[in-house]
Ligand binder design. Structure first.
Ligand code: AMP
Length: 434
C-alpha cells in the first residue's frame, strides 16, 4: 500500500497524490542523492551518544539500495559556519553509518568536489559526503559581513548566486533527489531546497521519515479527534507565541506551563520572586487569556509551583502559590495541584500535542511536572488518543522517563515541527512539491 496524503487545507506541508512517492519509484540503476539529518550528538572523543537520527533515515536508505540504486548521502553536522573544521567532520560517523546500513561506505572528503567519486559509484554502493556546512553556500548567508553594513544586500545577492551553483554541483552527482531531513525542512538551504530545482518533478521526493512527520503534523492540524489538548512549556512565551496563537483556533484545552507560568502569574498581579519572567510580555499574556475566553478555549495555567532558593538541583524548595512566591525564590517546577489540573486536561483528550517541559527537568528534583504530563499522555494514548511529542526538550523528557515508545509519535524536528504547526510552509517540503 502506498501512503497517500489527503490535501487538507490546514496543513500547508502535506504532499498530494500528484507528487512522486518513494514507494512508487524504482531506483534500480539510479544514483540517488539523499539529504538526511545526521547531525548526531558526539562526545568529546567523537563517539555518537545518540544515533536516533541515523536509525531514522535507514528505511529510506535501505529502500534505495534494495531497489538496486546507489546512494549519495549528504548532511550537515553542527555549526562550522562555512569553514572546514575537523570537529564537525562526518568522517567521525562513517563507520557508524556503515554498521547501521550493513554496507561499506565510501567517504568523499570534499562535498563540492565529489563528481568523480559519484560517477564511479556502482549499484548498491554508498558514498557519504563531507559536512555540507563546511561551505557557506549551503546556508546561503554571507559571511564576515554585518547585516547593518551597506554592502550586505549585494553580498547576500552574490551568496544566493553561489548557493545556486553549489546546489547545482550537488545535483549533478545524481539522477534523483530525496529529502529525508525533517529537522532542517524549515531552512531554505542548498541541499534542503535549492537543489530540488535541478531535478525533474518525477525525480524528486520526500523520504519515509519526512512522510511520517508530515502525516503526524496532519493529525494535529487537520485530522483532529476531540477533545484536543495542547501542552506548551519551556522557558519563554516570546518563542512560542506564534504556535500558541495558531493552536488557539484548534484546541479545546491549552496548557501553558514551564517558565511561561510566571509571566502569566505576574500579568495577573502575582508576585513571582526571581522566577523567569518576561516583563515586556505581560500585555501579551493578558491578551492570550482574553483570546482563550473569547474562543472558548479552556486555558490551563499553573496555580502552585515548586519554588527553589537557587537555580540548582540541590536548592532548598517549598511549594507555594504562583501568585505569591517569596522574595529571592523562583518557581522551577509545577506544584501538586497544578500537576493534577494538567493531568485532568490531558486524560480525556483524543488528540495531544506536547512541546516544552513543565519545569527545569534537567534537574532530577524538578521533573515532577513534566513527569505528570508524560504519564497522563501515556494513559490517554493507551485509551486511544493520538499523541505527538516534539521539540528537543520534550523529546529529551520522554526519553529521560523511558516513555518515548508509549506515545503515538515523537517528532525528530524542533524548529521544523513548530513552524509546520504554526502554519508556515516548510521550504524543504515545498521544494519537492509540483
Ligand atoms: P524552550 O527551549 O523554550 O522549549 O525551553 C526549554 C527549557 O525551559 C528547558 O531547558 C527547561 O529547563 C526550561 N524551563 C522550564 N521551566 C522553567 C522554569 N520554571 N524556570 C526556568 N527554566 C525553565
Amino acid at each position: 500500500m502506498h501512503l497517500i496524503f489527503a490535501s487538507y487545507e490546514n496543513n500547508k506541508n502535506n504532499i498530494n497524490s500528484d507528487n512522486m512517492k518513494l514507494d512508487d519509484y524504482n531506483f534500480a540503476g539510479k544514483k540517488a542523492i539523499v539529504r538526511v539529518d545526521f547531525n548526531v550528538p558526539l562526545d568529546e572523543n567523537g563517539n555518537i551518544t545518540d544515533d536516533t537520527r541515523i536509525r531514522g533515515a535507514l528505511p529510506t536508505l535501505e529502500k534505495i539500495l534494495k531497489d538496486g540504486g546507489s546512494l549519495i548521502i549528504m548532511s550537515h553536522m553542527g555549526k562550522p559556519k562555512g569553514k572546514v573544521n575537523p570537529k564537525f567532520s562526518l568522517l567521525q560517523i562513517k563507520d557508524a553509518v556503515a554498521k547501521a546500513l550493513g554496507h561499506d561506505v565510501i567517504f568523499a572528503p570534499d562535498c563540492a568536489n565529489a563528481a568523480e567519486a559519484a560517477a564511479n559509484l556502482k549499484p548498491g554502493e554508498v558514498l557519504l559526503l563531507e559536512n555540507l556546512r563546511f561551505y557557506p553556500e549551503e546556508e546561503g548567508k554571507p559571511v564576515g559581513i554585518d547585516k547593518e553594513d551597506p554592502a550586505y544586500d549585494a553580498a547576500k545577492k552574490e551568496m544566493k548566486e553561489r548557493q545556486k551553483e553549489f546546489a547545482k554541483t550537488l545535483a549533478s552527482y545524481a539522477d534523483v533527489y530525496v529529502n529525508d531531513a525533517f529537522g532542517t525542512a524549515h531552512r531554505k538551504h542548498a541541499s534542503t531546497a535549492v537543489i530540488a530545482d535541478y531535478f525533474k518533478q518525477e525525480d524528486k521526493m520526500l523520504g519515509y521519515l519526512m512522510e511520517k512527520e508530515v502525516t503526524a503534523v496532519d493529525k494535529i492540524l487537520s485530522d483532529i479527534k476531540r477533545p484536543f489538548t495542547a501542552i506548551m512549556g519551556g522557558s519563554k512565551v516570546s518563542t512560542k507565541i506564534g504556535i500558541i496563537e495558531n493552536l488557539m483556533d484548534k484546541v479545546d484545552n491549552l496548557i501553558l506551563c514551564g517558565g511561561m507560568t510566571y509571566t502569566f502569574a505576574k500579568a495577573q498581579g502575582g508576585k513571582v520572586g526571581v522566577s523567569i519572567c518576561e516583563d515586556d510580555k505581560l500585555d501579551l499574556a493578558r491578551d492570550i487569556i482574553k483570546k482563550a475566553k473569547e474562543k472558548g478555549v479552556n486555558l490551563v495555567l499553573g496555580v502552585d509551583c515548586v519554588a527553589a532558593d537557587s537555580f540548582s538541583n540541590d536548592a532548598k524548595t517549598q511549594v507555594c502559590s504562583v501568585m505569591d512566591i517569596p522574595e529571592g525564590w523562583e518557581g522551577l517546577d509545577a506544584g501538586p495541584k497544578t500537576r493534577e489540573l494538567f493531568a485532568n486536561a490531558i486524560k480525556g483528550a483524543k488528540t495531544i500535542l506536547w512541546n516544552g517541559p513543565a519545569g527545569v527537568f534537567e534537574f532530577d528534583n524538578f521533573t515532577a511536572g513534566s513527569r505528570a504530563i508524560a504519564d497522563a499522555i501515556v494513559d490517554a494514548t493507551n485509551n486511544g488518543a493520538f499523541s505527538l511529542v516534539g521539540g528537543g526538550d520534550s523529546v529529551a523528557c520522554v526519553n529521560k522517563f523511558g516513555l518515548a515508545d508509549q506515545v503515538s509519535y515523537v517528532s525528530t524536528g524542533g524548529g521544523a515541527l513548530l513552524e509546520a504547526i504554526e502554519g508556515k510552509v516548510l521550504p524543504g517540503i515545498a521544494a519537492v512539491k509540483g
